[in-house]
Structures are given as C-alpha cells and as structure tokens.
Ligand binder design. Structure first.
Ligand code: ADP
Length: 370
C-alpha cells in the first residue's frame, strides 16, 4: 500500500529542493542552476534526495564546486537527510541557421599567428582531453600547407574510405569514445599540399565540411594553418564557428603575429574563446625553471586584448615524444596531466559561457581587402 503521508512529505521536500537549487549559482555562468535549466530531475524518498544535473559540457571544470554547493544548500532543508548528485552533460548547440553541419554542436578553430608554436599539438590535446571527459569529438586537420595530425595521431599511412560519396573519418583513440579524425594529409602528399592556392583551398575545406561523415559531435576541433589566410576565411564563411583559440609562445615576435591573428578572426566575426601560451617555460631534470622564450607574454597579451587566458603549457620532452609517436593520450596520464586537463577544462568553460551568451546567429559581412 502506498503511504500517502510519506508521499506528501517527499513532494514538499522535492519542492523545497527545487527552491534551494534556484539559489545555487553556476560559478562560471553567474546564473542559478534552475534558470540555466541544468536541473533535470529531483527525487526524494524518506529524506534521501537525489538530483540529476546536466552540465553544459562533459569537461566542466566546476563540477566538484557545483556538487558541493548543491549538497550544502540541500542539506540545510529540514527533512533532507542525504543528497546524491548525478551529473550528465548536454552540450549546447550553436544556434545559427546557416549550418551545413547541423549535428555538430560546436566548431572550435585552433589558430596561431606563426608556425611552430605548437598549434597542432594543442589542437590534438584539446580533442583528446574533451574525449576523455566523455564528449563526442572530431578533429579536422585543415592545415593544408603542412598537415601534422596524421603523425600526431599515429595514422600516417592511413587511407580514408569513401562510402556513398561520403568520406569516412578515422575512429581514433579509445574504442568506447573514439575521436573522428580527418586530414588533408590522408589525401595528398605533404609536398604537394604546400603548393595549394586560394580557390583550391576553398574547395577542399568545403569538401571536408560537407562530404566527411562527421555524424553527431559535441565538438569539432579544426587545426588551421598558421597566419591569416584562405582556410580561416573559408571556414568562417562556411559554418557558424563557436569560436577560435589562439596559440602563442611568450616570445614578442610570436605575440605580434598572434595579435594579428586575433584581429583577423574578430574581423571575420569569429569569437575568440581565449589564448593558450605554449612552451611557456622549461624545467630541467634538477628542477630549475628556465623561461626560454620570456615569461607570461601571452597571458599579458590576453589581458591587454580583454581575452580569456586558457592556460600555459611548458616545453616538455614528453609532449614532443608523445606527438611523434602518435600517442597524445599519454599526456593525460603522465606528468603533463594537470596542465593539459586544466587547459581543456578552462576552454570547455569558455565554450559554455560563449554558448550561453551568444546572440542569435547573424550573417557576417566580410572585409577581405586587408
Ligand atoms: P605548429 O602546429 O604551431 O606548427 P606543432 O604543434 O607542429 O606546431 O609543434 C612543433 C613542434 O614542437 C612539434 O615537434 C611538437 O611536438 C613540438 N611541441 C609543441 N609543443 C610542445 C611542448 N609544449 N613541449 C615540447 N614540444 C612541443
């Protein structure tokens, strides 16, 4: 028999929990969890409360803080004896109409002012970190002038197959949460890729977006060529980008180019999600830190340009070895794990903020005269 008094008590406890959650703020988005529609379900049984919360990204950096704030708020309610929080994640989609990739929720461009600063390395590690956090991830190597993703993923000799006029990307990484990888390097030899010109570049990028079977993705990470050229232009014209991440070293020459890249993206109407400083410092085997390229320059640049700072990665031999051997997953279990995870979480947070605050998509007027 159903105990009507107990049921009534549970319902009033559930109501009290909803009211309490309406006062718990997301630490990054500065709105309460109910307004943000992050609370999916509240259950109560004899004082035991369980809550389902949807994070705005699987890699949410604020997960443990949200869990603590929720527990603290709920346990203050008379009659609430215990609280269990279960997290899920639904990645907010871009809300632009002119979308040729409707099943891809976020397209993230990774750019740099100049070559050799570690842009591809960071792009690959962002993809790996997001996949490890449980997201569905694709990685598009659009660096038509020097594709390095085939080597960094250990797929150098791979040949993509074509099924019903669609190119099938490679499933790479873990079997349970593979990353879908496509690179110009799978299709043409590196030496040939170097001579590509504007209209051809436009064609191949459109093909990568329209003809590759990306399927449903939370994040598509696009590794752009360095500088400010045709690929960025085609990408920004073709799909609604969630935003761009700019990679720079602390060196002044790299920063001057990085500033130019930021301005170009802004001119194209692309949101800048933030700046990553790579090769920030080197720690020798005796523990001494050397600021080989100066110190904190990219962080300063981000501050000067009012951009989020996503994180610092040191110059470390393990990063280079894991790239060359096609195993960047090892960066997330070795000594670089704290920096790598922090970078990915901070970026995921910025993507959530962007999606929450972005205005409805509107056509971008391009000035390509510069
Ligand atoms: P870009 O895409 O900007 O041209 P890459 O990502 O190809 O640069 O990196 C250039 C080289 O530097 C690669 O050999 C890569 O393994 C190495 N590298 C990049 N970042 C680091 C780092 N933080 N520590 C050690 N080596 C790095």
């Amino acid at each position: 028999m159903v105990d009507a008094t107990a049921e009534k008590g549970d319902q009033s406890l559930i109501d009290a929990v909803w009211a309490a959650l309406a006062k718990v703020q997301d630490p990054e988005l500065f709105k309460d969890l109910v307004t943000l529609k992050m609370v999916k379900e509240v259950r109560a049984c004899n004082g035991a409360v369980s809550i389902d919360i949807d994070l705005t990204t699987p890699a949410c950096p604020m997960r443990s803080k949200i869990e603590k704030d929720v527990s603290d708020a709920v346990l203050q309610i008379p009659g609430a004896a215990s609280v269990a929080v279960k997290f899920g994640a639904s990645v907010r989609p871009s809300n632009d109409q002119r979308n040729i990739l409707p099943d891809v929720r976020n397209v993230i461009a990774v750019g740099a002012g100049k070559g050799g600063v570690g842009k591809s390395t960071v792009a690959v590690n962002i993809a790996v970190g997001l996949a490890l956090a449980g997201a569905k991830v694709g990685l598009l190597d659009a660096d038509v002038y020097g594709p390095s993703i085939p080597i960094m993923t250990g797929l150098s000799d791979a040949q993509p197959s074509v099924v019903e006029e669609k190119i099938i990307p490679f499933n790479w990484g873990s079997a349970s949460q593979p990353i879908k990888v496509m690179s110009i390097g799978f299709i043409v030899q590196k030496e040939k890729a170097l001579i590509w010109r504007g209209p051809m570049v436009h064609g191949v990028i459109r093909q990568f977006l329209e003809q590759v079977q990306w399927g449903e993705l939370d994040y598509l990470i696009v590794d752009l060529p360095p500088g400010t050229g045709d690929v960025s232009l085609t990408l920004a014209q073709s799909i609604p980008l969630t935003g761009a991440v700019i990679i720079a070293t602390p060196q002044e020459v790299a920063l001057a180019d990085a500033r130019r890249a930021v301005r170009m993206f802004q001119q194209l109407g692309v949101w800048i999600l933030g700046v990553v400083e790579n090769m920030s410092y080197f720690v020798c085997e005796h523990g001494t830190r050397y600021d080989l390229f100066g110190s904190g320059g990219a962080q300063q640049m981000a501050q000067d340009m009012s951009l989020p700072f996503i994180g610092q990665l040191p110059l470390d031999m393990s990063v280079r070895i894991n790239s060359d051997s096609g195993d960047p997953f090892a960066n997330f279990s070795g000594k670089m794990q704290p920096q790598m995870t922090s970078m990915v979480e901070t970026l995921a947070g910025q993507i959530s903020i962007r999606n929450l605050t972005r205005p409805p998509g509107k056509a971008v007027k391009l000035d390509i005269s510069a």
